[in-house]
Ligand binder design. Sequence first.
Ligand code: PLP
Length: 458
Amino acid sequence: MSAYPFEPFRIKVVEPIKRTSREERERSIAAAGYNLFKVRAEDCTVDLLTDSGTGAMSDTQWSAIMHGDESYAGARSFYTLKQSVEDVTGLPYFVPTHQGRAAENILFRVTVKPGQSVPSNQHFDTTHANIRARGGKPVDLVIAEAAEPAKQHPFKGNMDIARLERFIDTVGANNIPVGMTTITNNSAGGQPVSMENLRATADVYHRHQIPFFIDAARFAENAYFIQQREAGYAGKSIEAIVREQFSYADGFTMSAKKDAIVNIGGLLAMRDADLFERVKNELILREGFPTYGGLAGRDLEALAVGLREGMDQDYLAYRVAQTAYLGDRLREAGIPIVEPPGGHAIYIDARSLLPHIPQAQFPAQALSVALYVAGGIRTVEIGSVMFAYPDPDTGAMLYPTTELVRLAIPRRVYTQAHLDYVATTCIHVNEQRDSIRGLKIIHEPLLLRHFTAEFELV
Ligand SMILES: Cc1ncc(COP(=O)(O)O)c(C=O)c1O
């Protein structure tokens, strides 16, 4: 088993954790309609719901916040961020947004028409929903290995290039206003995409005159995996690898709440000046003036620092090793996880763990609930609650291939003792897995149902 990594920081501010009893947690989860999003955060012992916006900012970020220029237009903080975005990504035009999904909304509002398709290796849920909200079709073309949780592959987030070619030939390039790739692939285990694959994806899109946008939420973790696993990159700096990743793209959407280690923020960047004009008009309508987007000046400052800090070699080595440590502990206890561990989270394969629960009864949601009741561990379902939807033509339910429970690790927040507690709780739940019951939805909204749906035990 890998050793727990040395944390390349000291802790200056702490936040208490409330301890709860099993009975209290049973009451909380029932009152929340068995939806972990509806449980109060203070009732969670270790909160692994998401690594999004939950990181601990550094002293440098907190001090940058005091430099926030809150002017409506042309704030100094915008220019500080502009310099960071240019240095880190090399893209000439960008707007700040309040978070990743706002960048997606704006991009698809100005590019996607009803009936058009947007291919990707695998869209995240908000990207998926924002494309559908425009009448578009999100299409996932990740390599087949991604559907096999136990399979080892160094770049399991890769696009299946042959499938992408075939898909473009079938629907026609003029029905594809934008093509994407998500780095790392959050929906299938936080798996990285190789540089070779990014290059090949860009080549295919560009040969068909399709603009290529990267969903860059975890741009730095992806670069770290490239450095560690791809031939020819071992001696390169993270900064150089990040620049090369972005060099193949015509633009990117970014939830800055991940690798840019801020509690709120997003970016939408591009090379095309005409697209930038359309984006700015849409931004003014929905987010704010182009020099602040949906953010305060202080948020722009924290983001300008976080973009650079997220690429620190020692920090990335610690982060990826911390995630691998949790993965090792679960694997050694016989708990099936998505292999190999990704950067930001460990994903438990609920379909293998709970073969007695059919997909229609949401095995991953059932496991999530069990982990909360057993130890106050809050996780998220990435399975049929999040991704099953009725086929628009036939009405038949389309189920995802995997049913995963994601244990996402907030950045610079939890220590080894916390992760050992998580592992012990998972092991305890695994021992009692035959008694876990499936769930039935009793209320759901039209889109993004996992956030607000309510369930009852079957
Ligand atoms: C890959 C990916 N894309 C987009 C998003 C959406 O970002 P946000 O939550 O900031 O709206 C997320 C995170 O939730 C994500 O993981």
